[in-house]
Design a protein around this ligand. Structure first.
Ligand code: GTP
Length: 322
């Protein structure tokens, strides 16, 4: 975490006029709805969402601004049993993130039975020790009242199993899709934030570097429709974002140069498509998102490269920013 609370900034309620601010993490297994909930809480799209697990590689923060609190959300990559070196790094990242937050929101989908994966994560979270863990039962729009009640009981039981008699700090059912209880989630989590002045300027939604957000937009566009073929094999690196020089009419444009790394030539062919047709579509979809993000027009230059087996190669992982 790049920004943390300065010790001098911690104080009493009176000192900051009742204002509270701090960090919370949304944990949970892949596909549990963490990114979607982050976006719903922040009110703007900041984290990539996808039907495929583990699309969130970077720890993207969204900032929830309210009159009397500021909640800085960390959207973790799916916490899971490591399978590749990349998986191991993701888990290290998650562990480091968890030790620095003021509260944990543990996402459990309402429409799926609690499984070994959830139990594994619950135990990991409990091991962090001394952090309030709020169970968030997500996607409630997908189940009826009866099924939701049963899931809430099962979640409460899991809390007693891993945390002892006191169980979870709270349990909140929520649907990011229809907005049900989204505001409750933010106030419950904010209840665990210490008295503090605002940690970020009003209106700032994320402190993620622009390059990372640009890379996420390209990655999302490149995976559209081909997630089954290469869900985890794509890394996106922004090489440069610079003002376009030359003719006067070009001054309002930025040049954005981006490399897309895949593991095999066959995957490169999928991204590029017949005679480059698919890459063009990726480019125009990503360009729209990036222009909206940057508030200016851009020339987007995409290059697809093969970095053989990058997920298992420590040198490549460093080069690609993991
Ligand atoms: N119906 C419904 N679908 C949801 C809701 N929240 C998330 N989803 C869907 O569930 C899938 C996974 O959501 P994500 O937010 O990407 O899940 P995640 O936990 O961030 O996943 P990873 O990045 O893989 O860890 C996507 O297809 C979402 O559209 C919800 O409240 N209701």
């Amino acid at each position: 975490m790049t920004k943390s609370r300065n010790k001098d900034q911690q104080g009493t309620d009176d000192q900051y006029g009742g204002f509270h601010a701090g960090f919370a993490v949304l944990a949970g297994r892949p596909n549990a709805g963490k990114s979607t909930l982050t976006n719903a809480l922040v009110g703007q799209k900041v984290a990539i969402t996808s039907a495929k697990p583990q699309t969130t590689r970077h720890t993207i923060r969204g900032i929830v601004h309210r009159e009397n609190f500021q909640l800085i959300l960390v959207d973790t990559p799916g916490l899971h049993r490591p399978r590749t070196l990349l998986g191991q790094r993701l888990n290290d990242l998650v562990a480091a993130t968890l030790s620095e937050v003021d509260a944990i929101g543990f996402c459990l989908p309402a429409n799926e039975k609690i499984g070994p994966g959830d139990r594994f994560i619950a135990k990991q979270l409990a091991n962090v020790g001394n952090k309030p863990i709020v169970a968030l039962v997500t996607k409630t729009d997908l189940v009826d009242r009866q099924a939701l009640t049963e899931q809430l009981l099962a979640v409460a039981q899991l809390g007693r199993e891993v945390l002892g008699a006191q169980g979870w700090a709270d349990i909140v059912p929520v649907s990011a899709a229809d907005g049900f209880q989204v505001e409750t989630v933010s106030t419950v989590l904010a209840g665990f934030m210490p008295p503090s002045p605002p940690l970020y300027p009003d209106g700032e939604l994320t402190d993620e570097p622009v390059a990372v957000m640009v890379a996420e937009l390209v990655r999302e566009a490149a995976l559209e429709g081909v997630r089954d073929e290469l869900p985890h094999s794509l890394a996106v690196v922004v090489e440069e974002i610079i003002p376009r020089e030359g003719r006067a009419e070009d001054n309002q444009f930025l040049d954005v140069r981006v490399n897309l790394y895949v593991e095999r030539p066959s995957q490169k062919a999928i991204i590029i498509g017949r005679a480059g047709s698919r890459l063009q579509e990726v480019g125009s979809a990503a360009r729209k998102g990036i222009e909206a993000l940057l508030g200016t027009r851009i020339y987007l230059d995409l290059h697809v490269k093969v970095a053989k087996d990058w997920q298992r190669d420590p040198k490549q992982l460093v080069k690609l920013g993991f």
